[in-house]
Design a protein around this ligand. Structure first.
Ligand code: NAP
Length: 244
């Protein structure tokens, strides 16, 4: 019997990409998985069956992470279905890139709501449960651009930088409750989000000379959840050496 048999992880945006890889890695470690997604039923169902094949309980929840009430309702449903939440990975995210001169308020707000406000909505919905459990691990998916900025991504960089401040503050507030809060700052990872980029050109500028794979992030998530028990308030760069 796995020692994680009764542990539960909730990963947002896990129908595809990085979130899916995180869910699979946590399932391999024995976690039961609640995954969220926005609308891609086919991908979400496929992820759930892949997770179930790994021998864990898994269920998908379709809702918009930018909607506060929807987040609260989803967390209530997860708690009804799974009984607890040990690990929350705030991973769901979008980009709406464009130069600042032409950036609409709509694209600014969509990115801030989906990437940053979502982490507040989800974390505030699970926090009472984690405090009651006297255990919790929250992992926020930031980005290297939250550290160094990026032309054409003022909205996305602001959201990802906001996640870093959020992570550090929560870690300070919640450490005494045995709740750890960390962020991961991925570099360029091969997913749908980066599929239109010139990967060969980008790889030339990365010290490790390749883009990251979703598993590179997933293994870090699993490490933070399982092994990094004295790590909190940190931003772990997983970027092939882009930010040093
Ligand atoms: P992705 O392949 O585009 O997948 C995005 C996931 O988020 C999907 O599961 C999608 O659900 C879900 N999602 C999007 N908007 C949502 C919403 N409003 N409500 C609920 N779920 C929503 O993205 P990714 O590349 O794996 O990125 C995952 C995270 O890592 C993001 O926060 C991203 O900013 C961050 N990141 C990525 C990279 C990179 O190079 N890929 C680098 C740094 C940081 P559906 O399938 O239903 O659409």
């Amino acid at each position: 019997m796995s020692e994680n048999e009764n542990k539960v992880a909730l990963v947002t945006g896990a129908s595809r990409g990085i979130g899916k890889a995180c869910a699979i890695e946590l399932a391999k470690a024995g976690y039961n998985l609640a995954i969220s997604y926005a609308g891609n039923d086919e991908a979400a169902n496929k992820t759930v069956s892949e997770l179930t094949e790994l021998g864990v309980k898994a269920k998908a929840y379709k809702y918009d992470v930018a909607d506060k009430e929807a987040c609260q309702k989803a967390v209530e449903e997860v708690l009804k279905d799974f009984g607890k939440i040990d690990v929350l990975v705030n991973n769901a995210g979008i980009t709406r890139d464009g130069l600042f001169l032409r950036m609409s308020a709509e694209n600014w707000e969509a990115v801030i709501n989906t990437n940053l406000n979502s982490a507040f909505y989800m974390s505030s919905s699970v926090i009472k449960t984690m405090i009651k459990q006297r255990y919790g691990c929250i992992i926020n998916m930031s980005s290297i651009v939250g550290i160094m900025g990026n032309a054409g991504q003022a909205n996305y960089s602001a959201a990802k930088a906001g996640l870093i401040g959020f992570t550090k503050s929560l870690a300070k507030e919640l450490g005494s409750r045995n709740i750890r809060v960390n962020a991961i700052a991925p570099g360029f990872i091969q997913t749908d989000m980066t599929k239109d980029l010139d990967t060969e050109k980008i790889a030339e500028h990365i010290p490790l000379k390749r883009l990251g794979q979703t598993e590179d992030i997933a293994k870090t998530v699993k490490f933070l959840a399982e092994d990094g028990l004295y790590i909190t308030g940190q931003v772990i760069g997983v970027d092939g050496g882009l930010v040093v």
